[in-house]
Design a protein around this ligand. Structure first.
Ligand SMILES: [Zn+2]
Length: 120
């Protein structure tokens, strides 16, 4: 215990508790900020691109030598409608990357969910 708190145990305890509480509060605040940051980062272009590409790789999509993931992603997110049926992408109409299940190569490219199901 600090020398200046000799005989004032209660006061010391109070001060210590205050410091402890602040430290705890700071930790929580940092945790919360990190969470918010992660959430914000999740919706950024590079994070979304990373996510999509990882998913495609996980489901077995492979690239031909003249293709690259970043260009495919840009094409994937900028195309406004399904090239096959013309439906506009948006909520309820999801984008799908059509690929050959045997070779893993991209076949039609972008398709809406419905067209993609019909292709299988
Ligand atoms: Zn379609």
């Amino acid at each position: 215990m600090d020398y200046k708190y000799k005989g004032k145990e209660k006061e010391y305890q109070k001060k210590y508790q205050k410091i402890y509480r602040n430290k705890k509060g700071n930790k929580l605040r940092i945790k919360r900020q990190k969470k918010i940051y992660n959430k914000k980062y999740y919706f950024t272009y590079p994070a979304q691109r990373r996510n999509s590409i990882t998913t495609w790789q996980q489901i077995g999509i492979k690239l031909k030598p003249d293709e690259d993931w970043f260009s495919i992603y840009d094409y994937y997110i900028t195309e406004p409608e399904c090239p096959n049926c013309g439906v506009e992408f948006g909520e309820g109409v999801k984008r799908n990357l059509d690929h050959d299940h045997d070779t893993g190569y991209i076949r039609e490219g972008l398709l809406c969910h419905r067209c993609n199901l019909l292709r299988h």
